[in-house]
Design a protein around this ligand. Structure first.
Ligand code: ADP
Length: 261
């Protein structure tokens, strides 16, 4: 079930370095929100605070609040981090497809389910098929489910990673530049897929590609930083159409028209 993300007053640090400052935003369920902005402005850092992955980096810490509907992500698990529980609820897809290299296509998709509980073989079969269909990959792999996932093309591997992420039925799907290692055809396949997945999930995508942000997202958040060494900030968030046609802030206009970054 897709959930609303509600962030308020969020700061994230690497040791004493404040990487992002005072971020507040709401992401509606069953929508796609794109994060854009120049390199180093904290888009990936912010994304990783949304599933507590930021704290896995040595020195990584956060203050502020991230709510998933009415659960506070930074209270719910107390001081200890429970990555399995967090990732079950907030799935993530990375820049480079990262299937488990020695596992078969089938086992890649089933991996998260096996961590999360006991399923009968027939149940696993059903979920694996449903997830691969959901990731628009089933027809391409149904005859090679027992072959290594690493034998697929880059675009197929990324869809396999999406199938793995959605198999555990997360509430939110985070994507960190999911197409940056892919060719244009595979990129379009992933973009189409994002359009389908948003009917079921809350989706946040970091992208360097502004056409992609314009194509896939409902809302766009523009991040910027005053200078290197300064924290990244959220400059504005609005309907994507508005950000790309008539943004409220001059820096957004400059960025989307290619005047910097
Ligand atoms: P973006 O995704 O917008 O390119 P990042 O979130 O990767 O930006 O980086 C934001 C800031 O945090 C940058 O100044 C970057 O150098 C710094 N940073 C990112 N990862 C680390 C890390 N593991 N340790 C220390 N600083 C980091």
């Amino acid at each position: 079930m897709a959930k609303r993300i509600d962030v308020s007053g969020l700061n994230a640090y690497y040791g004493s370095f404040l990487a992002i400052e005072d971020i507040s935003m709401t992401v509606e369920p069953r929508s796609v929100t794109a994060f854009i902005g120049p390199s180093g402005c904290g888009k990936s850092t912010f994304l990783r605070t949304l599933n507590r992955m930021h704290e896995v980096t040595p020195g990584g810490r956060v203050d502020g609040k991230v709510m998933l509907d009415d659960e506070n992500l930074y209270l719910q698990y107390g001081a200890g981090i429970d990555p399995v529980a967090v990732r079950r609820e907030v799935g993530m897809v990375f820049q480079r497809p990262n299937p488990f290299p020695t596992m078969s296509v089938y086992d890649n998709v089933a991996a998260g389910l096996r961590l999360n509980g006991k399923y009968k073989k027939s149940q696993l079969d059903d979920i694996v098929e449903k997830s691969l269909r959901g990731a628009n990959l089933w027809n391409e792999v149904k005859d090679r489910l027992n072959k290594p996932g690493s034998g697929l093309s880059g675009g197929q591997q990324q869809r396999l990673c999406i199938a793995r992420a959605i198999a555990v039925e997360p509430n939110v799907l985070l994507m960190d530049e999911p197409c940056s290692a892919l060719d244009p055809i595979s990129t379009l396949a992933i973009e189409d897929l994002i359009g389908e997945l948003k009917e079921r999930f809350t989706i946040v995508i970091v992208t360097h590609n502004m056409q992609q942000a314009a194509r896939v997202s409902d809302r766009t958040a523009f991040f910027n930083l005053a200078a290197v060494g300064q924290p990244g900030k959220l400059i504005e968030i609005d309907e994507t159409e508005r950000i790309f046609s008539n943004p409220s802030v001059q820096a957004t206009e400059d960025y989307i028209s290619g005047r910097f970054g």
